[in-house]
Design a binder for this molecule. Structure first.
Ligand code: CO
Length: 499
């Protein structure tokens, strides 16, 4: 017998109730929604809303004000097709406005070229991280690079000069209004085709930032740059590489920039001629090992240190002590994590591969030696620190998402605060709840590094809703939560913007 199509009536007959109906209206698979399953976080959210005041449980600190803007994919189905990978989905911004103990919420899709093509034509017109455009649009050469005027900037948000911008690795920053979440246009002139840039630049005083660019059209290299606002950047170093690696972030100390080069590399000639989306051009070549490229911020002098193969998305922090660079990152043994994040796997019954370890690499520049150790027991990803106070300096605390035990839990099911000096950790978890990145916000007159709060958007799969969780960063216990009347698909990064 053919399965019965899911209609309002059949749902009611099944007794799935109003919540399932509501989630059905939002495009959530009702069966999934009813199960209280973590996979709900990989289902699309189509509806744009604006809610003046959310119900708040507990009490927010009176000093906590600003707008927490979170970015991430929210729509995976376009016409007859579904994007391949978690990183491909159409970007949506979520804004939690915090003021005098009250919380407002709004969400809006980024008006990217990909969004317009979905709305007007119902097709995938542009290449994303791991998804091709429709075959008829495919033009072979340069298909890897999105030819979109306005990229699907679904990864991070930040400030660039006076602008608020949504960020992606393969396209220009897209400006948005943090109050209305309206998309305003590109920030600055268009990037040259086929250039990759980090969404995790390091911010310095005076509105300056350090970042890297990787032109993927030959001749390829890693280029480290220093810029103020939208002004022409100054190049600190250029490291020619025939096969550049995929990189997502980097480390910064008071004296050095550190690029972590994993053996997950691309042949730039193939990237131009291959009919493959961006990440499918990269190959894991462990025999190459890994390299740490250490660049003197003043002189631009480059030192290379070799290490065993590793893969990382996120650096946590870096600092110098006793003539060594201590580089903390969320490390994997290989790049399999990228394959584990294909939607088919995330939505399937197979468990995702384990999350990253919190690792410290000690780089001895004199002896050109690298030593690695694990800093703490729990897995950790999407790391955050008290950035303004400790970035580039000795520090004590890292906050992140984590998995308690893959045998009993299918997905990220806890937040952790790790004391990197002692190696112990504090945990927040709640049954049926799946948290996102925890953004640390310092209190107004902090005495200690961890005086402040950690803000995370958590999916409560059993209630089929997400909520903003406010943790006291010191004790890592809940102060307050504010629930949204729908689920928020798992996102990547966010920032609290203060007026
Ligand atoms: Co990131």
């Amino acid at each position: 017998m053919a399965p019965e199509p899911i209609t309002r009536r059949s749902l009611l007959r099944r007794g799935a109730g109003a919540a399932a109906l509501a989630s059905g209206a939002l495009g959530v698979d009702p069966a999934l929604a009813a199960a209280g399953d973590w996979r709900l976080g990989f289902e699309s959210l189509r509806k744009e809303t604006r809610i003046g005041r959310l119900h708040v449980e507990g009490r927010l600190p009176a000093w906590l004000s600003g707008t927490l803007v979170r970015n991430g994919p929210a729509l995976y189905e376009v016409g007859e097709r579904t994007f391949n990978h978690w990183f491909d989905g159409l970007g949506m911004l979520h804004a939690f406005t915090l003021e005098r103990g009250r919380v407002g919420y709004a969400n809006r899709f980024l008006r990217s070229s990909a969004y317009e093509a979905w709305k007007k034509e119902g097709i995938i017109r542009y290449s994303e991280f791991a998804t091709d455009p429709c075959r008829e649009i495919f033009n072979g050469a340069q298909a890897t690079f999105s030819l979109a005027k306005r990229p699907n900037a679904n990864v991070h948000v930040g400030r660039l000069a006076q602008h608020f911008v949504a960020l992606t690795e393969v396209g220009m920053p897209v400006r948005f209004d943090p109050k209305t979440l309206r998309t305003l246009g590109l920030a600055g002139p268009e990037l040259p085709l086929g250039q990759m840039e980090t969404v995790h630049p390091h911010r310095l005083e005076g509105g300056r930032r350090i970042y890297y660019e990787i032109p993927l059209v030959p001749p390829t290299s890693y280029q480290v740059k220093l810029a103020r606002g939208l002004r022409k950047p100054q190049r600190i170093a250029q490291i020619p590489r025939e096969k550049p690696a995929y990189m997502h972030s980097f480390g910064l100390t008071e004296r050095h920039v550190v690029l972590t080069e994993s053996p997950f590399v691309v042949d730039p000639l193939k990237i131009i001629t291959n009919w493959e989306p961006f990440i499918r051009n990269y190959r894991w070549e462990p025999s190459r090992g890994a390299n740490f490229w250490v660049i003197d911020r003043r002189s631009g002098k480059v030192t290379r240190l070799e290490a065993d193969p590793l893969f990382t998305f996120h650096h946590v922090n870096a600092f110098e002590r006793d003539g060594k660079i201590h580089l903390d990152l969320c490390g994997y043994d290989d790049a399999d994590v990228i394959d584990a994040l294909y939607l088919e796997r995330l939505r399937g019954r197979r468990r995702p591969s384990p999350l990253a370890e919190l690792r410290r690499y000690e780089l001895d520049l004199g002896r050109k030696r690298v030593r690695m150790r694990q800093l703490a027991e729990p897995t950790l990803e999407l790391p955050r620190i008290n950035y303004a106070r400790v970035n580039g300096r000795p520090y004590r605390y890292a906050y992140g998402i984590s998995v308690r035990d893959y045998r009993t839990s299918g997905y990220v099911d806890q937040l952790v605060k790790v004391d990197v000096r002692k190696g112990d950790s504090k945990v927040w978890r709640e049954k049926g709840c799946y948290p996102g990145e925890a953004v640390f916000v310092p209190s107004p007159h902090p005495r200690r590094e961890d005086d402040g709060v950690a803000l995370s958007v958590v999916l409560d799969a059993r209630r089929r809703r997400s909520f903003l969780l406010v943790l006291d960063a010191r004790s890592f216990t809940e102060i307050a939560r504010a629930e949204v009347p729908h689920h928020i698909p798992y996102g990547f990064h966010g920032e609290l913007f203060r007026a």
